[in-house]
Design a protein around this ligand. Structure first.
Ligand code: ADP
Length: 431
């Protein structure tokens, strides 16, 4: 076109398609060849740019899909999210993933679209040699190495064969990855449970021995043929009584721990007044706290969302620890405040304190501070149980302590503003 126009408008005689001067033929031919070469080159550059753009888009699809698939660590969740993740990354209208394992189809997108039936998909998965992309549908076999694993079907998106195979490969790798992660977690859980069982057996066996020895000695003396003075008889029966209580506490704690572990406990969350819970715990632990002045300062606070009996247990445990790990007659302080939708409770003592290196460990089950375990009885389960209970409530527990100065145990509970607290609730408590 340009050559014809050049001839018509510029080469004499202007306004005609004839050429008089043979030199002008040369100019016209030069113009023609330059125009043809130029247009071919620009066409190629355009094609290459389009090609680069589509490759970039395909790379982006692979990257987005890879990132989405890496987020899941559970096989069932991954399989359910795979089609949607593929759909989102590829912008397809419909995506279906068929897996030979389980003979199931996972699909996402247009509900009007129907994937091929199971028999066809099974056949395709077992025989399809490579990916195929038609106007209507893109299909790619999913393989684990060379072993057929399933089939990927995409509608409403066009990809090169390489990209389709890369998407199917990514899906297969992500399934392998989550299966491996689950296997590792299973092995670790089995190891951990074995370790805990051993620890529990050691701890219980050790803690059982002391009360049993006491009970056996007292009973043997009582049964001995010689006369036993009334005061001695009373003392021996008191020993038996106390040791049985101790055994009872130990077994109860072991059962509670096991139930919390397997999430077999049932908690009923209700709005509760903290002051009421503290008062109940003080009554429950009255014997152990008898030698300690207790100072309670709880202002009028909104109700907490709690299971009454479980939180009373946490409070009793912390109060009893404060008494157990401090000298007789040293005071124990209980206080509480509200901060950003939570009630923060502090239980402080002026006892022996806990070394900084051990402060994080005491919440682990069976952990007891070595230097104290000889002369104070305990199982190392109380704080672990308390932490599990508080976490089930959506709260947490921490400690700040200085050896020789005392400890402050702080736990949080969420405020319950759904309903007013029961009428029996005391708004504040000062003792
Ligand atoms: P237990 O008291 O039965 O040993 P816990 O789980 O209640 O088990 O406590 C774990 C350990 O934490 C205790 O053995 C003790 O060493 C330490 N501990 C707990 N409370 C206090 C406290 N108030 N002061 C000093 N040490 C404490």
């Amino acid at each position: 076109m340009a050559t014809v126009c050049y001839n018509f408008f510029f080469l004499p005689p202007v306004g005609t398609l004839t050429i008089n001067d043979p030199q002008n033929w040369l100019a016209l031919l030069a113009f023609l060849s330059t125009a043809i070469i130029g247009s071919r080159l620009s066409e190629r550059a355009r094609e290459e740019a389009a090609d680069a753009r589509s490759r970039q888009r395909e790379l982006e699809v692979l990257y987005t899909l890879g990132r989405e698939l890496l987020q899941t660590e559970n096989v069932a969740a991954l399989l359910n999210s795979l089609p949607l993740a593929t759909l989102r990354a590829t912008n397809a209208r419909f995506a279906a993933i068929y897996l030979l394992e389980g003979d199931r189809i996972y699909r996402a997108g247009d509900p009007a679209e129907l994937p091929p039936d199971l028999t066809t998909l099974r056949q395709l998965a077992l025989t399809s040699p490579s990916a195929e992309c038609t106007e209507l549908e893109a299909q790619a076999p999913i393989r684990a190495g060379v072993r057929p694993r399933g089939m990927l079907i995409l509608r409403g998106a066009k990809f090169s064969r390489d990209t389709l195979e890369a998407i199917a490969g990514l899906i297969s790798v992500s399934i392998d990855r989550t299966q491996a992660l689950e296997e590792i977690a299973r092995v670790q859980a089995a190891k951990e449970s074995e370790r805990l069982r051993t620890l529990m057996m050691d701890s219980i066996a050790h803690e059982l021995k002391t009360p049993l020895t006491g009970i056996k000695a007292a009973a043997t003396t009582l049964l001995s043929s010689g006369p036993v003075v009334e005061s001695d008889r009373h003392e021996l029966l008191t020993v038996i009584n106390e040791e049985v209580d101790r055994l009872n506490r130990l077994v109860t704690q072991a059962v509670e721990m096991a139930q919390l572990d397997t999430q077999e406990v049932h908690m009923t969350f209700r709005p509760e007044r903290l002051a009421v819970l503290v008062e109940a715990a003080l009554v429950t632990s009255a014997t152990i706290l008898a030698d300690h002045p207790i100072e309670v300062k709880i202002p009028d606070l909104p109700p907490v969302r709690a299971d009454r009996s479980f939180i009373e247990k946490v409070l009793s445990n912390l109060l009893e620890n404060a008494a157990k790990y401090s000298a007789p007659h040293s005071p124990i302080f209980v206080s509480a405040e509200e901060r950003s939708g939570k009630i923060i409770v502090n239980i402080a003592d002026r006892g022996i304190g806990i070394d900084t290196s051990e402060q994080a460990l005491i919440f682990d089950r069976f952990y007891r501070v070595r230097s104290q375990s000889h002369y104070t009885s305990g199982t190392g389960m109380g704080l672990a149980i308390s932490r599990a209970i508080l976490e089930a409530h959506g709260g947490d527990i921490t400690v700040t302590s200085q050896p020789g100065q005392g400890s402050v145990f702080t736990f949080t509970l969420p405020v319950d503003d759904s309903k007013p607290a029961p009428a029996d609730g005391k708004p504040a408590l000062t003792l």
